[in-house]
Design a protein around this ligand. Structure first.
Ligand code: SF4
Length: 66
């Protein structure tokens, strides 16, 4: 899986960090998403897909993956 986050679109809601803490973090300055791992391991994929669903701004996109 490969993902992309749009920091311009992110509103810093933090849902992705709660859902997939190994993959996303938040900037301590502006609260916006920081991708920790743009190519998450297979065991992370369910959490990443959930993060895409729960993100209120649509800032997370899955570019490739099963
Ligand atoms: S859930 Fe979406 S809006 Fe919230 S921090 Fe993550 S990417 Fe940003």
């Amino acid at each position: 899986m490969e993902l992309r986050v749009d920091r311009e679109r992110c509103i810093g809601a933090g849902m992705c960090v709660l859902t997939a803490p190994g993959v996303f973090d938040q900037d301590t300055e502006d609260g916006r998403v920081v991708p920790l791992d743009p190519t998450p391991a297979p065991e992370q994929e369910p959490a990443v897909r959930e993060a895409v669903q729960v993100c209120p701004s649509g800032a997370i996109t899955i570019l490739a993956g099963d």
